[in-house]
Design a protein around this ligand. Sequence first.
Ligand SMILES: [Zn+2]
Ligand SMILES: [Zn+2]
Length: 343
Amino acid sequence: MSYFISAFYHFTRLQNLEAIKADLEKTAEKLSIRGLLILGPEGINTTCSSSSEDDLHAFKVWVLQYFNASAITFKDSRSDRPPFRRYKVKIREEIVTTGLPGVMPPEGKNHHLSPEEWNRVLKEESDFVMIDTRNWYEYKIGTFKGALNPDIEKFTDFPAYIEKQGISKDKKMLIFCTGGIRCEKGILELQNQGYSDVYQLEGGILNYLEKFPNDQFGGECFVFDHRVAVDQNLAPSAQYVLCPHCGQPGDTKVICKRCDYEDKICENCSRLPFKQATCSKNCAHQWELNPGKKGQRQLLPFELEHQVRTGAASPHASIPVTRTKATRINEQGQAVTVNSCSN
Ligand SMILES: [Zn+2]
Ligand SMILES: [Zn+2]
């Protein structure tokens, strides 16, 4: 089975967020859309999916009409496995966390370069500074050739990073991110700091890879769903998993010293004595309590869901999470964490 995925955002002033949330949820349910949508007074930011290409298309058409948007750049990809388990709308002050709420990108274009224009600059010019505005672990698994890594934990550290670099204000600056939204605000920060020859990659890396796989971008692109990352052809990563210890992308193979389960963790955690060669927080914790004692691996919620779906576990199965909490399958077939003494 194929899942059709689209990532997009739209800046527009919104009020009555609760009512908009209800409309989004109603439409998503009707069209069997799954995904995560961030809704705020400044617009929407989402990655969503459907097993029907037509339904996803219908959802995009509805979004364009509902938000009265003249154009939205939809970044499309596919996966064999569902990238989301349900549909969720979260209301936040900012639709992309930059620490600049209320800073609204202007309508229309603000120094956007299409993937074609971006490629031309990278290949034909040399006097520019290119900055990856994403987080350090995203940079690490893939980026544009020659891009600077601000090595930031979160985007709110970006303004200070730029100030510290002391790059001449007349320098040509190129910035990019995953899907383009961070740069919409990032470029305003650069313009505020006095840079005028600044450009952002329209639609981000996802839009670029759609047109130019295996060109100026090397490695894989981190995404914010179960796929972890996408490769040059926008296919789900076969290399990375989310590290069970810290949630960052990892590809270091381990055989768990407690439960013998083969898994991948991230490079950082593989160097920490406490987490080294364990498959999960649970195994690391148990091994610390009882060094040398083997035990069973704790199933993850989605693995329990999968087992119930395939008949390998009963619909009433539960897995202990702590002494008082357990993960159970609810009536919708979703794994939820509940107090283990209640039903
Ligand atoms: Zn880790
Ligand atoms: Zn283990």
